[in-house]
Design a protein around this ligand. Structure first.
Ligand SMILES: *Cc1c(COP(=O)(O)O)cnc(C)c1O
Length: 361
């Protein structure tokens, strides 16, 4: 790969982050981009000021949705070191998503280098209050101006940075979830396990209708029988029974979350009975009725752990753990947050530390 180019002037004033950071509204001033053609491969990698992209109205991704993305986070430790959480797992998943929708592969080592350089240069944009982070959003999309359906030949990859606040500034806030049996998000062998905008397009109406009824999000059931629970909007789901912590197995319609994987590993290491299997929604209702359901929680990069306080299925309203996060959910939340900023030992080698670079431009 070519060397990464720097095309920006040195910042002359300090970065001032607002006290209240939401999610995804504020962007760092620099981003990364590179292009692809079949002849050149990936070329012209450059870190530059965020600017509007110039897109031909015929660009294929607009018409046929050939696009993928990732979402990961960088943190600052209490003693000022910079970390990125599981970047290799996210880069691998980007390539897996790419394969599914005919986007060319990216050199994983090179992309890791890009991530670390970009985060290093933009480290002043990493907020430092507990739970805050710099959200990293890599995207790849097909750019050929062409109205026929086929994979694009040319592509753009960019990485955008957004300082984000703690998902729960006042501590955990359990969410209210509607089990969705009116629409489906994805079907097995479809795009469900691919991080592509199409899955979100499929989810919007269900989420909107659920919000109008006072729910935070929906829990999707499998696309074929509408029987097995799959995942929540942007999160994977775990069901804590009295003697088992179960999460839906990856059947092809579920996004294989990195947080999901981390949580499974941590639970296993605690010696807990964690299983990946089909979970019938009726089984969850039965467990609720006979008192063996302890809690339900979601896992994902944005919220890390999101306790479900209320779950509604076909008019049956279930209040889980008195609408409070379970002990286990709290423990996992604390543990992952501590790991992000190396307050506990990183025995899994998940955290990549980034050296702060003084870039001469
Ligand atoms: C990104 C995503 C998740 C969570 O994955 P993480 O790697 O844990 O952030 C879950 N479901 C969907 C649909 C997603 O797009």
């Amino acid at each position: 790969m070519e060397k990464i180019q720097y095309d920006f002037k040195k910042r002359t004033h300090k970065v001032e982050l607002p006290k209240k950071l939401g999610f995804g509204k504020l962007f760092a001033d620099l981003f990364f981009e590179m292009d692809y053609t079949p002849e050149k491969g990936w070329y012209n990698p450059v870190i530059k000021r965020v600017e509007n992209l110039s897109i031909h109205p015929g660009s294929m991704f607009i018409h046929y949705g050939q696009a993928i993305f990732e979402g990961l986070k960088a943190f600052k430790t209490e003693d000022g070191r910079i970390t990125i959480f599981r970047p290799k797992a996210h880069i691998q998943r980007l390539n897996i998503s790419a394969k599914r929708i005919c986007i060319p592969q990216v050199d994983e080592e090179f992309l890791l280098q890009v991530l670390t350089e970009l985060v290093s240069i933009e480290s002043d944009w990493i907020p430092t209050n507990p739970g805050e982070s710099l959200y990293i959003r890599p995207v790849i999309y097909g750019t050929d101006p062409f109205l026929g359906v086929k994979p694009s030949s040319d592509y753009k990859l960019f990485i955008l940075l957004s300082p984000v606040g703690a998902y729960y500034p006042e501590g955990f806030k359990p969410v209210k979830i509607l089990v969705q049996d009116n629409y489906v998000r994805a079907v097995r062998k479809g795009l469900g396990e691919c991080k592509t905008p199409a899955n979100y397009a499929a989810s919007l109406l269900a989420a909107k209708e659920a919000k109008e009824k006072g729910f935070t999000q929906v829990l999707w059931l499998d696309g074929i029988e509408q029987k097995y629970i799959e995942e929540v909007g942007t999160m994977n789901i775990f069901v804590e029974f009295k003697d088992e912590i179960a999460t839906p197995k990856l059947t092809g319609s579920i996004l294989p979350g990195v947080t999901r994987r981390s949580v499974i590993q941590i639970l296993k290491d605690k010696g807990l009975n964690v299983t990946e299997r089909l979970i019938n929604v009726e089984e969850v209702v039965d467990a609720y009725n006979n008192g063996s359901l302890v809690s339900v929680f979601g896992t994902g990069t944005a919220a890390v752990i999101s306790p479900v306080g209320w779950l509604t299925y076909k008019g049956i309203e279930m209040t889980l753990n008195n609408g409070q996060p379970s002990k286990l959910a709290q423990e996992l939340f604390r543990e992952l947050n501590s790991l992000h900023i190396l307050k506990i030992e990183d025995k899994y080698d998940w955290v990549v530390e980034v050296n702060k670079e003084e870039i001469e431009v």
